[in-house]
Design a protein around this ligand. Structure first.
Ligand code: KIV
Length: 272
């Protein structure tokens, strides 16, 4: 039996909060286009992140820095057209919020107005406090992102695990509390020690979603292309691959080429 749009209980920021309180884990994946977002939503994912990782996996850039606000809106609006249930969060891209809080508010309003998404995500702690406060004044839910923050890759110099040293770990805990007190509805913790992530998840009340942050947090997020093995060049320890689509698709394309070259395709039942 098919379920009509009206019968579906949509995931909201309140639902995520209830899930944390009830000890129910939150599932989150990235998506950047209509077709993939439809599959991910139909499968029952709780949160879809239109991540600025689109800069890497969709556009082939080395970092997340080049993607623009308009490009993020293009990806987000394609996702919005596909989704019935999941909460859709969109990354504020590099350069669209760091300048000042007014710019952060304007960028967030543009995303919400032009894409129809439900929330924005931005990277950083106390340095983005004012921006978060200003975005919240417009009624736009904000997700934080701490630990490895890829928009700062040129400051870090590497994609290695963050907050191993006590001083950085302490700063991260302070920032997580600050993001909660400022009004973020959830936080992503990327590539930090599992024990530290678990401690943060216990010390704050909003959901903590991990990527490379162990199992002691309130939910997990992965980049869709990595999870289904569309990308065969990225093998971090935290990644669990559920498919090997790179090889499967390459094999299928190879078979198609062979069939075209040998005139096996199309056959008599594949034509008019
Ligand atoms: O852009 C992205 O995909 C992300 C996730 C890695 C959390 O920010």
């Amino acid at each position: 039996m098919s379920v009509s749009k009206k019968e579906i209980k949509k995931v909201t920021t309140n639902v995520l909060q209830e899930m944390k309180r009830g000890g129910q884990k939150i599932s989150m994946l990235t998506a950047y286009d209509y077709t993939m977002a439809k599959i991910v939503d139909d499968a029952g994912i709780d949160v879809i992140l239109v991540g600025d990782s689109a800069s890497n996996v969709m556009a082939g850039h080395e970092t997340t820095l080049p993607i623009t606000l308009d490009q993020m809106i293009y990806h987000a609006s394609s996702v919005v057209r596909a989704v019935n249930r999941a909460l859709i969060v969109v990354d504020l891209p590099f350069g669209s919020y760091q300048g000042n809080s007014k710019e952060a508010l304007n960028s967030s309003i543009k995303i919400m107005k032009e894409s129809g998404a439900h929330a924005v995500k931005l990277e950083g702690g106390k340095e983005v406090k004012e921006s978060i406060e200003r975005i919240l004044t417009a009624g736009i839910p904000v997700m934080g992102h701490l630990g490895l923050t890829p928009q700062s890759i040129y400051k870090f110099g590497t994609y290695n695990v963050r907050a191993i040293e006590e001083e950085e770990a302490k700063r991260l805990i302070d920032d997580a509390k600050l993001l909660e007190n400022t009004g973020c509805f959830a936080i992503v913790l990327e590539k930090i020690p599992a024990k530290l992530a678990e401690r943060v998840a216990k010390e704050i009340e909003i959901p903590v979603i991990g990527i490379g942050a162990g199992g002691g947090v309130d939910g997990q997020v992965l980049v869709f292309h990595d999870m289904v093995g569309l990308n065969n060049e990225f093998h971090p320890r935290f990644l669990r691959r559920y498919l090997n689509l790179y090889d499967e698709i390459k094999g299928a394309v190879g078979n198609y080429i062979k069939d075209v070259k040998s005139s096996d395709f199309p056959n008599s039942s594949e034509q008019y």
